[in-house]
Every structure is written in C-alpha cells, then in structure tokens.
Ligand binder design. Structure first.
Ligand code: PRP
Length: 206
C-alpha cells in the first residue's frame, strides 16, 4: 500500500479532483463522516484525512509516503521532507492585516497575533521592527477587534473575512499554494511510483 496524507477542509476537494484526474479513486474520501482512512484497492493507495498543519508530520515521520500541504506550513515548520510539486491550488498569501483605522505607534513593540510565529518573526526581524507575538490557533481576525493585538499575520484567500470585519491588508509577505511532499526514505524506495505520480499530476495541472 502507498499512503497519502490529505488536508481536511477547503483544500480536500481540490486535491481529490486532481487525484481523480490521474485515475485514482477518491470517491469515498469525504469530510462528511468520521471515517479516517480510505482505501483505493485498485490503485493500491490508502488516503488519510488529517488537519492541514499535521500533514507534514505524517509525511516527515513516514506514516504517509506523500502528502499535500500548504507552502505556509512548510515555511513555518520546515519539516524534513522533499517538496516535489507546486499543485497550483489553494492559492492565497500570508499577509499583515489590521483594522481599517489602524495607525501604528512606532514608540512601542507591535503586538502581532498569528499562528505563523516563525514567518512573522522572520518578517519583522528583516524590518528591524520589535514585536510581541501573540500565538493563536484560529479566528486570528478577532485579535485586533478585541484589542488583543495591533495587527495579524495570517492567510488571506478571497479577503472576505477581513472585509466582513472592517480590516484590510497592510502588506503581503508571501505567496502560498499547495505542494506535494514526500517522505525522504519513501522517495528512495518508491522513487519510480512517486516520480510517475508527479509526472501525471504535472500533466493535469498544466
Ligand atoms: C483562514 C485564514 C483566514 C481565512 C481567510 O482561516 O486564517 O481566517 O481563512 O480566507 P478569506 O480571505 O477567503 O476570507 P480558516 O477558515 O482556515 O480557519 P481559522 O480561522 O480557524 O484558521
């Protein structure tokens, strides 16, 4: 069996479409029930649906041979995996955002709410700007609204969440898209199978 870790949530359907396009059977893969492992006997593949931020851990440790993960996760956690292909889906950016009427006070450290502690720290240190990180795990946009932070560093896709909360992007830090990653020893021992999969995927995303 060949194990593939897939991200739950908004990327799942798009990844399944890509896998279907190269002949894999992902018809059973759905978030709608509590099932966690889906087997495609015909292709000798089994899929796991996990939290997007956990995909890289499964792949790094070899519980999955390959996986699909956002570039944001790769940049934040720097897992020891091979990044094989930009899948051209899940396109968004990591950006700094704040309330529409925000004025920065440069006399004190900037309070930054984010789940991307490393990306945010690296960005502000490149600007020589002193910050205080407030690590959150979701609904980051709430932080400036409740004055928990001055700004946020978060993913922006359509911009709807910011708009609906009277916030806007101050600066875009990184462009993001979903990447195919592989466990290093799986790639060594199953190189032919993985390379074939990469070529077929590269064809359909052209
Ligand atoms: C992500 C991100 C933003 C939102 C951006 O959150 O953290 O909140 O999507 O998307 P938009 O620009 O299309 O509105 P997600 O929905 O993954 O959940 P979270 O808030 O729990 O992190």
């Amino acid at each position: 069996m060949f194990n593939i870790a897939l991200p739950k949530g908004r990327l799942a359907d798009k990844v399944c479409k890509l896998l279907t396009a190269i002949g894999f059977d992902t018809s059973e893969v759905t978030d709608d029930n509590r099932k966690l492992v889906f087997v495609d006997d015909k292709n000798g593949v089994s899929y796991f649906l996990v939290k997007p931020s956990d995909v890289a851990i499964y792949v790094e440790r070899g519980a999955a041979d390959i996986g699909v993960v956002g570039k944001d996760i790769l940049l934040e956690y720097k897992p020891d995996v091979y990044e094989l292909l930009d899948l051209n889906i899940g396109k968004c950016r990591v950006a700094v955002a704040a309330k529409n009427n925000f004025r920065e006070n440069k006399e004190r450290p900037l309070r930054v709410a984010t789940k991307f502690v490393h990306i945010a720290s690296e960005y502000y240190s490149s600007l020589n700007r002193e910050i205080e990180i407030i690590k959150l795990n979701g609904s980051i946009e709430l932080a400036p609204i409740l004055n928990l932070s001055d700004v946020i560093v978060d993913l922006v896709e359509t911009g709807t969440t910011l708009k609906e909360n009277n916030m806007s992007v101050i600066c875009e830090i990184l462009p993001i898209s979903a990447r195919l990653i592989a466990n290093k020893s799986s790639y060594k021992f199953k190189a032919e199978k993985i390379d074939a999969l990469v070529s077929r995927l590269a064809e359909v995303i052209k």
